[in-house]
Design a protein around this ligand. Sequence first.
Ligand SMILES: CC(C)(COP(=O)(O)OP(=O)(O)OC[C@H]1O[C@@H](n2cnc3c(N)ncnc32)[C@H](O)[C@@H]1OP(=O)(O)O)[C@@H](O)C(=O)NCCC(=O)NCCS
Length: 231
Amino acid sequence: MTPVGFSERPFDASILGRPVWCLDDVAQAKNAVTDAQRESIGLMFRRGDASEGGILEPLGFRKIETLITLGCALPGQKQRLPTGIGIAQATDADAIADLAARAFRSDRWHSDPEIPDDRADAYKAAWAHNDVLGRAGVTLVTLNAAGEITGFNALLFRDDALVVDLIAVAPDHQGHGNGSRLVTAAIAYGAGRFKTLQVGTQSANTASLRLYQKHGLQEIRRADTWHWTPS
Ligand SMILES: CC(C)(COP(=O)(O)OP(=O)(O)OC[C@H]1O[C@@H](n2cnc3c(N)ncnc32)[C@H](O)[C@@H]1OP(=O)(O)O)[C@@H](O)C(=O)NCCC(=O)NCCS
């Protein structure tokens, strides 16, 4: 049973092992909590304006993150991909999923102490796997001298915007310019094909914020994310 004002998130639920709802209409928040308790919902989330905290926090929602969307214009002329960058194939999906499970730590599932880390790792792994198998328009990768994948950048095609869906560098390969190469590669891939490059990241994720700012992306908007979990 999903009341008006909410939508179910079956992919999230398949990883968490309990139903997950997205609160689409903040005006329904009070009824939602009552229904969520009755339906044994594992997680309900809301992304919206900071002012919604006044409604959500008294109902038991916890603020998890501030999500910042950044963007930049892309060059009009097509460009070649930089050397050392490859395009992931379906056979790379498992390796990229494993990398994702080890790399992500700042997303909203990892940031919520009520969600077990192994579920948060599995969530990112399954998400990256799906991206490589076709959810993303293209997944760019960095490769080491042995040809192993050290980082990836899964990109969505959204009308005239190229959108970074997931970007990560394996923990043992961070701090060596791979993240920078992946952003440069996304700009090169999008040049002459898309008008803008867009990304979203958490305000607490200093490494990715600085990475994007270094490449000329500027803040467009921010939103807060709240989680409600059963007590
Ligand atoms: C964000 C991430 C992709 C950066 O990859 P990386 O290979 O370590 O980055 P690079 O070595 O290319 O660094 C490029 C720039 O990023 C910024 N940066 C990277 N790591 C940083 C850190 N720990 N603290 C602050 N800035 C950092 C710097 O501006 C750096 O440029 P500089 O070296 O000239 O100062 C990597 O930290 C990562 O995979 N994090 C986990 C997954 C994640 O959070 N992804 C982003 C989700 S939105």
